[in-house]
Ligand binder design. Structure first.
Ligand code: URP
Ligand code: ZN
Ligand code: ZN
Length: 441
């Protein structure tokens, strides 16, 4: 390794003077995780997510994730450039892991093309849209088409949060009488609310000639819609998250307000959906597993929705636990280790313009490495986490794989389970344009 980059691989390499040797006997050596979906230091009404870049990135490193792709957004009336500048300020000098930004586009105006072009030139080669929340940050079909066509022109791709806005608004209104029940949350967003929006986003992407990335797919039907679009030759990718794979909607029936810990959108689904998502990861129907890490404290933030499920801040923490969960439960679900490395590192790298330096263990690549002990049973708990939040949705869950040692660009930031990182050395990553041939791999 030289200057943080892998130069040579093979057995019995000679140790140069001053070089350190890490003993990886009996360990998996995985490419540093790339979590393509985080929300750090994100405002939400009058509150802000519990994890900023400092704690969130330390938690990422502790969990074997060396790069995050964070969703930057604009405050009302700001340009994309102002929003990006704000997110740079949040991250610079604070992040322990490398980071890049997706940029949320929440309207189409005559200035939008120039702003998108400036963002892409600055290495932000993916844009985020919401089909839900149209009274706030969401976009209608007209704007989505325009944004997608512009992204295609710029060599960028469009990430879409897929829920049908009209349906979920109507269904939420209909649940007025149950507004004090957390279990009304999943009922306001049945599977077809997601699936309809995935199919529609895929169709609009096809018409616009844009590469599309569907974030946080939670349903069998949503995964099938991505598969159909891929089968007709479209450039489209699907992401799911550990919580949709490992937790189900019975969590909303927990006593009292406990279920609020699991309120995110889309919501947790059924074991049948979980089964379909694992199958899609095995057969290439879905390409990535990201966390959608969006942490709100249970004690004083989730409680904002105690009287009305529609006011529970949406989102859960998990940037720290994704790798251990995937390297534990992936093999149990029939995934091979290369498949797990692909969905946690290589696929996000190639989809999001980082495949020239991240996501693989090979000469020329950043020495972002994770040593995992595959047989170190332990229990996940909030008491043991770095995430600056008072709970984990995985409390009490047994995992076997344990992240022991983490290197970012050759620097050891965690060794034998002990964080050694002292100063934030995370770098902003200028991402390359999207390459159409990525579809074919
Ligand atoms: O509930 C969620 N997923 N919160 C984070 C924001 C988003 O929609 O991705
Ligand atoms: Zn979303
Ligand atoms: Zn998100």
């Amino acid at each position: 390794m030289k200057h943080g980059v892998i130069v040579e691989m093979g057995p019995d390499l000679l140790k140069a003077p001053g070089e350190e040797v890490l003993d990886a006997a009996g360990r998996y050596i995985a490419p540093g995780g790339i979590d393509a979906h985080t929300h750090l230091d994100m405002p939400c009404g009058d509150i802000t997510t519990a994890d900023g870049f400092r704690c969130g990135s330390l938690a990422a490193i502790a969990g074997g994730t060396t790069t995050v792709l964070e969703y930057a957004e604009c405050a009302e009336g700001e340009t994309l450039q102002q929003g990006l500048a704000n997110w740079h300020r949040k991250a610079v000098g604070k992040s322990f892991c490398d980071y890049g930004f997706h940029m949320t586009v929440s309207a189409w105006t005559e200035d939008t093309p120039a702003q998108m072009a400036a963002a892409a030139a600055a290495g932000v080669t993916s844009f985020k849209t919401y089909t839900a929340y149209q009274k706030d940050i969401g976009v209608d079909d007209y704007a989505l088409f325009r944004i997608m066509r512009e992204a295609a022109r710029l060599g960028a791709l469009v990430c879409v949060h897929c829920e049908n806005d009209g349906l979920l608004r109507a269904l939420s209104e209909d649940l007025e009488a149950r507004k004090g029940e957390v279990s009304a949350h999943p009922d306001s967003r049945p599977n077809l609310v997601e699936a309809e929006a995935v199919s529609r986003a895929a169709d609009i992407g096809m018409l616009a000639g844009s590469a599309v990335y569907i974030v946080h797919i939670s349903t069998k039907e949503g995964a099938e819609a991505v598969r159909r679009a891929r089968d007709r030759g479209q450039t489209i990718f699907g992401e799911t998250c550990p919580h949709y794979l490992l937790l189900d909607r019975s969590r909303y029936d927990l006593p009292g307000f406990e279920g609020a810990k699991y309120v995110m959108s889309p919501p947790l689904r059924t074991p049948e959906d979980q089964h379909a998502l694992w199958e899609a990861l095995r057969n290439g129907g879905l390409q990535t597993v990201s966390t959608d890490h969006c942490a709100f404290r249970f004690a004083d933030q989730k409680t904002l929705g105690r009287e009305d499920f529609r006011k529970i801040p949406n989102g859960i923490p998990s940037v720290e636990h994704r790798m251990e969960l995937l390297y534990t439960y992936g093999p149990a679900q029939g995934m091979t280790l290369p498949q797990i490395a692909a969905v946690t590192a290589w696929n996000p790298a190639r989809i999001f313009g980082l495949s020239h330096r991240k996501g693989q263990i090979a000469p020329g690549y950043d020495a972002d490495l994770v040593l995992l002990d595959p047989d170190a049973p332990h229990v996940l708990s909030a008491a043991a986490q770095m995430q600056a939040v008072d709970y984990t949705p995985y409390e009490g869950m047994q995992v076997r794989a344990k992240v022991e040692t983490v290197l970012l660009r050759g620097q050891v930031l965690m060794e034998n389970g002990r964080l050694t990182a002292e100063t934030p050395m995370g770098q902003y990553l200028i991402r390359e344009p999207f390459h159409q041939e990525t579809r074919e791999e």
